[in-house]
Design a protein. Structure first.
Lengths: 216, 232
């Protein structure tokens, strides 16, 4: 795998000739060797139609392609970094959390409404994902940013995981998520617990949660 | 889980980190420290501004950076002094007859056996000699060896190697599409066109983010021929 953690906030990526890596613009801290950083006009993979899709979906984060021969240190904004290795499964993550990822991964956008209809769209609003989220699929690695350290919670059938929507970072696997509300008369009179909305994730997979309720 | 630790004058570490964000100096004599970085002290310590007066000899020996004089004070006495800076990571470094250049805002304090000079690179200070100094960084510091190209904002300092030069990478602005990009701005920039390049033997210090600690005004270079001028 091309990523090695240097410390909690820096990841080192090996760049080999003929392989492309995508990274958030401006996230390079240092590099060795001959490496070129080119702004990606289309904001990732898949040509112009994918670009338009991402623009419409508001999942177009400024990316650059990283090519050449050497090693690069990536880090951004002092955020904690977590490397996720994918082997054929799909990672659902917000585009602005992507620090760097393998060019071998297929990048796509998913409509929140396609998982749970209108409630899926409401869920997207509450968790800050918006109406769309980015998917990465295939074999390769992704470096994801989070505010505070990342906790990895396994989801197994029969054991649902409930996550504060603001602390949600990403998830992978065959996971169904739905927004649960616990709103009663206390919320209506302004004496709520502040935990009225939760994401309930069920199925088989993993959810990544950050140790903070602050979005990036 | 770690419970809060209570320190007193004896249990406070002697010249060691209290935690990642605070450093305790066991003072017996004099130390230079940047104004406002002391957060607490035990013992009998006086703080004097760097200027004319009875500290003349000390300053003549170890402080060769008149432009930064207003930002530095001398702590004098016996006791323990805790240093910190806006919850940034703090570390101490030992120099053994060496030299190290550091971004001026990142240096918190140094022992007078070192001497402080202005680097020829604007905004940086050079420490020469033998002794200990304390520096802050936004996130943990990573040590790297040249040859290396560094994002200017991630650079904390460097030791023993020659001063860096600028490296510009405009490769993607060549050719027809590159020309369109350069003239219309279409496609944006990668933000990585400019780096500091280090060559030779030595060590380069990086912080864990490209977010600088806020600059603290440290004066301007004298307006003389041949002196690099800080362009901000």
């Amino acid at each position: 795998m091309p990523f090695t953690m240097v410390n909690t906030r820096i990841v080192e990526a090996a760049i080999t000739p003929g392989q492309t890596m995508f990274s958030q613009r401006g996230a390079m801290l240092a590099y060795r060797g001959e490496v070129a950083f080119t702004p990606s006009i289309t904001g990732g993979q898949g040509g112009v139609m994918s670009m338009i899709g991402r623009r419409v979906a508001n999942e177009a984060t400024p990316l650059m392609t990283v090519e050449g021969n050497g090693t690069v240190l990536f880090g951004h904004g002092g955020h904690y970094v977590r490397v996720v290795d994918l082997s054929g499964d799909t990672l659902y993550v917000e585009a602005d959390r992507l620090l760097a990822f393998d060019g071998t991964l297929r990048q796509g956008t998913m409509f929140m409404g396609s998982q749970g209809g209108v409630m899926g769209m409401v869920r997207g609003q509450v968790s800050g994902q918006g109406l769309f989220t980015t998917t990465l699929e295939g074999h390769g690695s992704v470096a994801v940013m989070a505010h505070g350290g990342v906790i990895e919670l396994p989801i197994t059938p029969g054991r649902d995981v409930h996550v504060d929507p603001q602390a949600y970072v990403a998830h992978r696997g065959k996971v169904r998520n739905k927004l649960t509300t616990a709103i009663g008369w206390r919320e209506l009179v302004g004496r709520g617990s502040g935990e009225g909305f939760q994401l309930a994730l069920s199925g088989t997979g993993t959810v990544y949660v950050q140790a903070s309720e602050e979005k990036l | 889980m770690t419970s809060p630790v209570v320190f007193d004058a004896h249990s406070l570490p002697a010249s060691d980190n209290v935690n990642a964000y605070a450093f305790s100096v066991a003072l017996d004599g004099q130390w230079f420290l940047q104004r406002g970085k002391m957060i607490a002290y035990y013992g009998d310590i006086d703080f004097h501004g760097v200027g004319l007066g009875r500290l003349d000899r000390l300053i003549a020996r170890s402080f060769h950076s008149p432009l930064h004089a207003a930002d530095w004070v001398v702590a004098e006495g016996r006791g323990k002094m805790v240093l910190a800076d806006r919850a940034f990571d703090v570390n101490s470094y030992d120099l053994d007859d060496g030299n190290l250049t550091i971004r001026s805002g990142n240096l918190l304090a140094f022992q007078p056996s070192l001497s402080l000079k202005q680097s020829i690179v604007p905004g940086f200070l050079t420490l020469i000699g033998t002794g200990t100094f304390v520096a802050a960084s936004n996130g943990p510091v990573v040590f790297m060896e040249p040859p290396l190209r560094v994002d200017p904002q991630a650079l904390v300092g460097w030791a023993d190697c020659p001063s860096p030069c600028h490296h510009y990478d405009h490769q993607y602005l060549r050719g027809f599409l590159g020309g369109v990009r350069a003239h219309t701005g279409f496609g944006g920039t990668s933000g990585e066109e400019h780096q500091f390049e280090f060559v030779g033997a030595g060590t380069v210090l990086l912080q864990s983010t490209e977010q600088l600690m806020d600059e603290i005004a440290t004066g301007a270079s004298p307006d003389q021929a041949g002196v690099p001028v800080r362009d901000r």
